[in-house]
Every structure is written in C-alpha cells, then in structure tokens.
Design a protein around this ligand. Structure first.
Ligand code: ADP
Length: 536
C-alpha cells in the first residue's frame, strides 16, 4: 500500500493488488488442481452403489443432513476450492438434466484426473491428453449405444419401469421397501405423463413429508396434500363435490392506508364499531355463499370472529395456504385465484371430488387431502418417516427415482448397471487404443483404466476384493462375449446384471461419460491459477 495525491491535492491510497495475489503456473497448476479434485471425488467414492455409505453433514447453524445423494453431499460440503466448485457444478448439472447418477459422475471425473496425472508425469502435454480423452469418450458412448437394450412398456405393463427405479432406490435409505416405493414413483409419473409427446411435467408431482409414522405408510395421493388443517374444529372434515373459493384477500375489514385514529368514548360508539365490523364479515361470508362455494381456501389468516361466522354458515375453510400451493390448487381444480371478494363468481370456483382432513394417530398434526381434482392430473407422494432427516432423504431418493422413470419415458433405452457398462466401454476403448497412431494412444489407455473406477468402487464398497472382482468379471466379459457382466454387489450368485434386473438409463450413463470428460478437459487446460493470497 502507498499514499498518493490526486490533482487537487487530496490523498488516496493505492492498494497493490498484484502483491496480494498468489499465482501458480504450468505443470504445478495442473497438479494442484488435480489434487484438489481428487480429494473431493474420494469423499464420494464410498457412497457409490447399493452398499454405499451415507454421509452426515452439519451446517453452521447446527442443521444435520444425512444423505447418499452425490449432488446434495457436494452442495452441503461448502467447497471453497475453485476446482472443487467445478465438480460441485458437475454433479449439479447431472442432477438437473438426468436426476440420477450424481455420485458416479464425480467418481468418474476424479478417476480420469488421477490417470491424467500419471500421463503428465510421463511428460505428455495436457492438451494431447484432453484431446485423447475426447476421442475416447466418443468410443465409449458408441459402445453404450451398441449394448443398450430397448424395452417396451405400457400404462398397464409398467414392470420394466418399476425395476429400473428399484435399481436407483437400492442404494438409498428406502432400500428396505424399494418395491413399493418404485411402484409409487412410476404410478406418479405415469399419472402425469404425456405418452404421445413423451414428456412428463414434473411440476405436477409434489413430494410432501410429515415426520411420524413408518416409511411403509408413505402413499400416493391422486391430488394435492396441504400441510394445513380446517380452521375450526367443528367444521365439516370431509367435503364431497367440493366447490373451492381460492382467495388471496384476507377475511378482515379493510384497513385505511393512511395513519388513523378512532375515538371511542361511549358504549354506543363501541357497539356501532362492532356492528360495522360484523357487517363486513357477514358480507364477505355471504359473497362466498352466493358464489356457491362450499370450501374456502385463503392465503391469509382470519380471526376468531370470522372463523366462528364461517362455521355458523357451514363453510369450512383453510387458512394460511402458501402461494405455491395456492397456484397448484388453482391449476389442479380448474379454479381461479380471486383477489377481491366482490369478484367471486361461480365460474371462478375450483372443483374437486373429495376434500378431507386427515389426522395422524394421537398427534395434533393434521393435513388436508384434495382428491379427484377437476382439471389436472396432479399427484402427491406423501412421505412418512421417523425423523426430519429421514423424511428429507426419502424425498431426495424418490426424486431420483421419479427422474429415472421420466427419463425412460423420454427414451426407453437402458444399459445394465453394476459397473458392467463401464467395463465393456473400457474394453472397447482399450481395443481402439492400439489403432491410434499418435500420443493420444496413452490417453485412450488412461481413459480405459479410469472407467474401471466405477466397478472397483462398487466392489470395494460391498466388501469384495476390488481388483480380484474386476479382473474376474473383465476376463469373463471377453471370454463369454457378454457385456452384461458386472459386480455382484448383493452376492446374488450371478454376475449377469440382466438377470439381476440392475438397469440404468442409457441417457443417464451417456451423460455421465460426456459431462465427466468435459470437466476433466476443462481442468487440464488450466495452466495458470491466480487467486487472492490467503488472509493473514
Ligand atoms: P448415483 O448417485 O451415481 O446414482 P448410486 O449410489 O445410486 O449412485 O449408485 C449407482 C451405482 O450402483 C450404479 O453404477 C449402479 O449400476 C450400481 N448398482 C445399483 N444397484 C446395484 C446392484 N443391485 N448390484 C450392482 N450394482 C448396483
């Protein structure tokens, strides 16, 4: 820092920014970056596969998350390192586009970088490695397409979809009842899917959770679940053929916007004021009644007076419903959101077959279930679980499975899991390596070795000898010409993943290979890291 003066003689301070920056260049930069990325990938390795471990993460304010989902782990780890952040982004983009395979993609990227380090030591230029990786990834993707299977499914015959979702769920906390959970996810997706356009509107699938009960109590509701109760205990708790008024105006007398003061000095004046207030309330209730509504859903609260009046008029009501829920409700029931009482008309009411308040055991917790909605096919999976961490993790797991089902509806191609796809891709790349004339040959071999990280991690996490299992499966794949052989993680007695029904979506696996290669190329091309020096 130094002191200087401008043309008017005013002093100012020059901060020498360059002096405060640290800079790493050349090979040193690549090595440092690889080291950082590998450290992150190593953390995720033990979470891969059906026997993968969960991670427990605590935020600064003491919130605890237990999860097995790669994207969530990385997001909560609050990675500081800039290269680490690239991997967090990698996992996130896999999550966005595919929804599953978020751990696998980081493990693969970590392994590609590890192999690249060996090549750098041999003196191969990082750009040649990057180019070699790019070419090798194309061969791997081609091989994936060759071995992919197409399966047919129908709205009635959705067994293959269920089996694929079960593979996704097998590594999660819900593994215990994966069959019923997978069925629920598939039914939810099929309920909202547009099979002709091969698309699924994910906004119509809602995951709601409530602490308590058992995991087995989780159920699929063909409608909407609101985490609210009916506002008065004596109101009807079950409404058939509900006509719903969806209001964003509060049930209270209008308040003047300006500052005001009311002087009440006699009992008569007080009485007058009360009557006036009551008139407002009864007008509002009358307006609701006149429109033909038999249920009021309001974004705001209302006081006891209004509540009592509504009860007397046999108008059940739900208060404090959030904006998002209100919108979903309006879409699902075909109603309009009404901002003023006087705009309420019969045409603006939403309709639903049944609206029911359900309570849970002896707890005071209540929820409102709205089923058989008029307009839309919105569904809700209502999750129960022992504690909040469990419910949150089940939500994340089911989200993965729902994404897998959606991906299959978009493209019904699958590859087999358990590392079998990676091994056969690795063999294909290795074979191609011998035909590459340039230095890229080394990159091809490194790519082939890197692909083996997935089966190795799967075997390691299942308590098997990693190298022994991998070499055995690999040689059998070549001898038997069967690309479906993978790691038998659950010791079911066969390595044939087709027989074990361990599927993954083809687009998911392809995306893993492409995204991991892309990020690794990006990291390899960095040869200058300029960052602010550590705070002293
Ligand atoms: P991700 O977050 O990447 O989906 P998972 O922890 O779900 O990671 O693990 C997925 C991996 O586990 C895939 O490679 C899949 O093939 C493998 N896998 C899942 N179930 C089985 C199984 N029953 N046997 C062998 N491998 C399995």
């Amino acid at each position: 820092m130094s002191l200087a003066f401008d043309e008017y003689g005013r002093p100012f301070i020059i901060v020498k920014e360059q002096g405060q920056k640290s800079r790493v260049k050349g090979l040193e930069a690549q090595k440092q970056n690889i080291l950082a990325a590998r450290a992150i990938a190593r953390t995720l390795r033990s979470s891969l596969g059906p026997k993968g471990m969960d991670k427990m993460l605590q935020t600064g304010d003491g919130d605890v998350t237990i999860t097995n989902d790669g994207a969530t782990i990385l997001e909560q780890m609050e990675v500081e390192n800039q290269i680490g952040k690239l991997l967090v982004e990698l996992s996130r983009s896999q999550d966005h586009e595919i929804g599953d395979g978020t751990t696998g993609v980081v493990v693969l990227a970590g392994s590609l970088l590890e192999q690249a380090e060996g090549l750098l030591d041999k003196g191969i230029h990082p750009l040649r490695i990057a180019e070699g990786y790019e070419m090798a990834s194309k061969i791997a993707v081609k091989r994936l397409e060759e071995i992919s299977d197409v399966f047919e499914y129908g709205v009635d015959d959705y067994e293959p979809l269920v089996k694929t979702c079960m593979t996704t769920l097998s590594s999660k906390i819900v593994g215990r009842c994966k069959r019923s959970m997978a069925e629920m996810c598939v039914k939810a997706v099929l309920a909202v899917a547009d099979l002709e356009r091969k698309d699924v509107n994910m906004d119509l699938i809602k995951l709601e959770g409530k602490v308590g009960g058992k995991l087995e109590d989780t159920r699929l509701v063909h409608g909407i679940v609101l985490d609210k109760d009916i506002s008065h205990p004596q109101m009807d708790k079950e409404i058939k053929d509900a006509k719903i008024a969806i209001l964003t105006c509060p049930f209270e007398p209008p308040k003047p916007k300006t500052k005001h003061k009311v002087d009440i000095d006699t009992a008569e004046k007080y009485e007058q004021l009360r009557e006036c207030e009551q008139k407002y309330f009864s007008e509002m209730v009358d307006q609701c009644k006149e429109s033909g509504a038999n249920l009021i859903v309001c974004q705001w609260g209302f006081d006891d007076e209004a509540n009592h009046l509504l009860m007397n008029h046999k108008l059940p009501a739900i208060r404090w419903v959030g904006g998002v829920e209100l919108e979903l409700l309006a879409i699902a029931t075909g109603g309009r959101i009404v901002p003023r009482f006087k705009e309420l008309t019969a045409a603006k009411l939403g309709s639903a077959g049944t609206v029911k308040e359900v309570s849970f055991g002896t707890t005071k917790d209540k929820m409102v279930v709205i089923e058989d909605c008029a307009n839309s096919k919105a569904v809700t999976i209502f999750i129960r679980g022992g504690n909040k961490m469990m419910v949150d993790e089940v939500k994340r797991s089911l989200h993965d499975a729902i994404c897998v089902a959606r991906n299959l509806i978009r493209s019904n191609r699958i590859v087999y899991g358990g590392g079998s796809a990676e091994i056969t891709c690795s063999l294909a790349v290795e074979k191609a390596a011998n035909e590459v004339p340039g230095i890229e040959q080394y990159a091809f071999r490194a790519f082939a070795d890197a692909l083996e990280a997935v089966p190795i991690a799967l075997a390691e996490n299942s308590g098997l000898d990693p190298i022994e299992s991998l070499t055995a499966v690999k040689s059998r794949q070549v001898q038997e010409e069967n690309p479906y052989l993978g790691i038998d993680c659950n010791e079911e007695g066969t390595n044939d993943m087709k027989k074990q029904n361990v599927f993954e979506t083809m687009i998911g696996k392809r995306q893993q290979v492409l995204l991991a290669t892309q990020v690794v190329k990006m990291i390899l091309k960095i040869d200058d890291v300029i960052s602010p020096a550590a705070y002293q």
